[in-house]
Design a protein around this ligand. Structure first.
Ligand code: ZN
Length: 302
């Protein structure tokens, strides 16, 4: 290669790599491209994830983001990616940090979650929330404009399959794992799994009293049996099935310790005071440990 050819070659490489980095950053900070046409967004670590899956027949949204400015941000990204209207919005759970932003997409999007989602959203509805958010900052006030509660239009039982364009979405009901209605979304062809909030990334989860650890462990088994290549948790960075192994180990150890202490005749209050999980000291959500102990105690009592 002579000097001129070498210089031309180098210029071409520099041009190519800068173009690629522009492409990967086209949607801005917080976006992760998981596969062609599949993007996950979280404005910061620990926030709920919200995603867009493009299809020939229009985009599908999975979860409506942590807070309204995040929802607006995702919607702006969707508009950059396609001019087709959003077809479906699938919820992986019922809580506000996944569902409050429905109205930004719907109409026209049809909102879907498992049976009981709408009732749970209505029960948890806080009529002052939109107003309180708007008072936070001018940016928030702008983002929350036009808010109204939208509950799922479609509620399914156990399993639902959506065929849209070239893609297939399998919605799998996860019983008693986090909220009153939890859905894992499985894309079998792409081998991408949206795993709801049954497991987060290194965080002790806020376990509601109706959560059953046996059901949580069963959900990990089910999701692992799909053999996904990529796992998108309800909160935290895009990962693999190792997230289920980590949580399985955490709950197994917790249940073992609670069981041993209960067998020694200790009361729930005593166990809550004494039980430590030093192996998990680096996990977020340490304040959730006492109610994790309560839920674990329920499972060893029987
Ligand atoms: Zn939640």
């Amino acid at each position: 290669m002579n000097n001129f050819a070498r210089r031309l070659f180098c210029t071409a490489i520099i041009f190519l790599s800068s173009t690629l980095s522009v492409l990967s950053q086209e949607l801005g900070q917080g976006f992760t491209k998981v596969k062609d046409g599949i993007y996950v967004y979280a404005s910061k670590d620990g926030n709920s994830t919200c995603s867009v899956v493009l299809t020939e027949e229009g985009p599908v949204i999975i979860d409506a983001c942590q807070r309204p400015p995040d929802t607006r941000h995702l919607m702006a990204a969707v508009k950059k990616l396609t001019d087709k209207p959003v077809r479906f919005l699938i919820d992986t759970e019922v809580h506000n940090d996944h569902t409050f932003g429905h109205w930004v997409f719907s109409p026209p999007a049809v909102v879907i979650n498992a049976e009981g989602a709408g009732a749970a959203m209505k029960k948890g509805f806080d009529p002052k929330r939109a107003e309180a958010l708007a008072a936070e900052s001018p940016e928030m006030a702008e983002a929350v404009k036009g808010y109204k509660m939208v509950v799922p239009h479609i509620e399914y039982k156990n399993k639902m399959t959506i065929h849209l364009g070239e893609r297939t979405f399998e919605l799998l009901y996860l019983k008693n794992v986090h909220s009153e209605a939890d859905t894992a979304v499985w894309l079998p062809k792409e081998r991408v799994l949206f795993s709801a909030s049954a497991a987060n990334v290194k965080s002790i989860i806020n376990l509601r009293p109706f959560v059953r650890i046996s059901d949580v462990l069963a959900s990990y088994k089910l999701m692992k049996s799909l053999n996904p290549e990529i796992v998108v948790p309800g909160h935290g960075a895009v990962t693999t099935t190792k997230i289920f192994d980590e949580y399985e180990a955490f709950y197994n150890l917790l249940v073992k310790r609670v069981g041993e202490m209960a067998a020694q005749g200790k009361s729930l209050d005593e166990i809550k005071k004494e039980l430590k999980m030093p192996e998990y000291a680096d996990w977020a959500g340490q304040n959730n440990l006492p109610q994790n102990i309560t839920v674990a105690y329920e499972s060893v009592k029987k």
